[in-house]
Design a protein around this ligand. Sequence first.
Ligand code: ADP
Ligand code: 5GP
Length: 223
Amino acid sequence: MSIIKQNRRGSIIVISGPSGSGKGTIINEILKKNKNCWLSVSTTSRPIRENDIPGVTYNFVTKEEFEKKIQDGYFLEYNNYVGNYYGTPKEFIFSKIQQGIDVILEIEINGAQNIKKLIPEAIFIFIMPPSIEELQQRLRNRGTDSEEKILERFKVAYQEINEVTKYNYVVVNDKLEEAVEKVHSILLAEKCRVDRIEEVFLNNKEETIHEKLVDNKQFDNSK
Ligand code: ADP
Ligand code: 5GP
């Protein structure tokens, strides 16, 4: 029998970072590596991009449908980002963590702050681009946004980078494999936190053995 009993609940992992920093790419790798992770599918009113899969990358709704959902209390958090709504549906999140599954929320900084108020024990990871030049390059290479939207996202990136100190961890996404390894290690380390210990099983006999060892009564070191 194990000496300690640890809390097996899943964690909520909030991942933010400027658009183009590589959040989606890193999360895809984490989901392949860690079968015990689940990515929450957000709802958005932004237009569908070529590489989007409705119901997989996002649930796409109109602005009016989104506002109706806000009124219905459908979201754990939501925010407006460069002119479009984005929100995290409440459903599934708490049942997943009860089942011991880690839930990843890929959300922008204001949404992350709202989650921090609601769930302070969540883990907050910020994905940082290696440089501003590289960020701009990646946004352009991705080819999913108009030049106007790229500049808008780029402007927001400066504000976002200034908020990094509100996170628990920062991972610079220079070499992809290294960044993935770091995020994976953070998730593993979080499972070892002492505040996950619920019970310690040391019976009287074991405590006595321990005392004897400490007092050096059991063994004679001079031999
Ligand atoms: P985000 O989800 O943060 O907006 P993406 O994951 O879509 O960012 O990544 C933006 C672009 O940068 C994509 O074209 C992706 O393939 C590329 N990319 C991601 N990580 C790296 C990396 N470490 N090195 C080079 N290119 C990367
Ligand atoms: P994109 O349009 O590039 O898919 O996402 C734009 C921004 O919205 C990203 O920073 C992404 O993390 C954020 N985002 C995605 N889903 C949500 C959500 O449910 N809530 C909030 N607050 N932000 C989100």
